[in-house]
Design a protein around this ligand. Structure first.
Ligand code: NAD
Ligand code: IPM
Ligand code: MN
Length: 369
């Protein structure tokens, strides 16, 4: 059979630094597990803008559409913050998500045993925590029309964005969430602000209808987004799966990240609808951004990106065994006290981004021996 084709888009800031550590894992797999990928590397974000004057070339978009999977680092940085909206690095990422139709973004927040002390919350609140946020990724206020900045007759400027959801957009992401909940603890929280937004009212009604027709075995609760943010830090273990819109999902997943110790720990996977052969287009990326404040110093935590790669093995290539191996190696390395700066705790040793990558591969070597 043909090789697995993988498009790697390192992007900006710490993106290339963390992606180098994924490359170590890929090289290790080729050498020790006889697994090879056809890897193409491309530019996205500020890096693409510098080279080509656009945050995503059409050729790169086409590569993404034809690859079996896409792995992205991060985009953005202060250097490009003043660019017109269409040239901004973030637009490259949003285009990828939109044109690949990746409407379901899975953001698992799992607390590794070794990191219980690195969490911002008390150990008993986060020990064994395992939450899955399913974020709608191609709709809502990120893409709604009208949008833009205009100047009013009196000289004031006016910025507009539109929160909009259709029944189909809600139902397709809710289905994904119900199906995933079924494979876990069968508990789903649907999060919106139906108390102030019509799109939230529609969201709540459609999710409830879907539950009543197809998923009565899943325990469904509706929750307002502001309360959800509070509940996540008050009693995070009450949650199993959370399904929510594009913007609330963005915010709540950064919040959930801190339960696990660091934003540098959270991977993600984004899926489109299944095609005729049942395969879904997919892109994998860490939840964090380009971290301009620490970029270029080889101190970033590469684990979110490495764990995103593991999700890719699991979901796009059915390589559960290899994904398990990587996740176990992460667990062992963390338990041994080896840490990047963002997840330091008592009795831990601080290592660089590349040393974390090296240590992980050495652990993989030991485990596979
Ligand atoms: P950020 O996620 O880049 O950083 C937030 C904080 O978390 C920073 O203090 C950073 O140092 C820390 N951090 C993030 N990832 C880390 C890691 N792997 N290891 C250690 N520490 C880590 O968010 P921001 O500062 O708000 O945004 C910076 C830029 O990144 C912006 O241009 C933003 O648009 C972009 N961004 C991109 C993505 C993406 O590409 N998916 C996601 C979020 C933000
Ligand atoms: C994320 C990021 C992106 C988002 C930005 C960079 C467009 O914050 O993936 O969480 O808001 O979706
Ligand atoms: Mn975000």
């Amino acid at each position: 059979t043909a090789n697995k084709s993988l498009l790697i888009l390192p992007g900006d800031g710490i993106g290339p630094e963390v992606m180098r550590q994924v490359r170590r894992v890929i090289d290790w797999m080729a050498k020790r597990r006889s697994v090879s990928f056809d890897v193409t590397e491309g530019l996205v974000g500020g890096a693409a803008y510098e080279a080509h004057g656009t945050p995503l070339k059409d050729e790169t978009m086409a590569d993404a559409l034809s690859a079996d999977a896409v792995l992205l680092g991060a985009v953005g940085g202060p250097k490009w913050d003043q660019l017109p909206y269409d040239k901004r690095p973030e637009r490259g990422l949003l285009r990828l998500r939109k044109e690949m139709d990746l409407f379901a973004n899975l953001r698992p927040a799992v607390v590794y045993p070794g990191l219980v002390d690195a969490s911002a919350l008390k150990p008993e609140l986060v020990r064994d925590l395992d939450i899955l946020i399913v974020r709608e990724l191609t709709g809502g206020v990120y893409f709604g029309e009208p949008r833009g900045i205009t100047t009013l007759p009196d000289g004031q400027r006016r910025g507009v964005n539109t929160q909009v959801y259709t029944t189909n957009e809600i139902i397709r992401v809710a289905k994904v969430a119900f199906e995933l909940a079924r494979k876990r603890q069968s508990r789903l929280h649907s999060v919106e602000k139906a108390n102030v937004m019509e799109s939230g009212v529609l969201w709540r009604e459609e999710v409830q209808k879907l539950h009543d027709s197809d998923y009565t075995d899943v325990q469904l609760e509706h929750m307002y987004a502001d309360n959800c943010a509070m509940q996540l830090v008050r009693q995070p273990k009450q949650f199993d799966v959370i399904v929510t819109d594009n913007l609330f999902g963005d915010i709540l997943s950064d919040c959930a990240a801190m339960l696990t110790g660091s934003l540098g720990m959270l991977p993600s996977a984004s899926f489109g609808a299944p095609d005729a052969s049942g395969r879904r287009k997919a892109m994998y990326e860490p939840v964090h951004g380009s971290a301009p404040d620490i970029a270029g110093r080889d101190v970033a935590n590469p684990l979110a990106t490495i764990l995103s790669f593991a999700m890719m093995l699991r979901y796009s290539f059915d390589m559960d065994e290899d994904a398990d191996l990587i996740e176990k190696a992460v667990k062992t390395v963390l338990a041994s006290g080896i840490r990047t700066g963002d997840i330091m705790g008592p009795n831990t040793a601080r290592v660089s981004c590349s040393t974390m990558g090296e240590t992980l591969v050495r652990e993989l070597d030991k485990m596979a021996a």
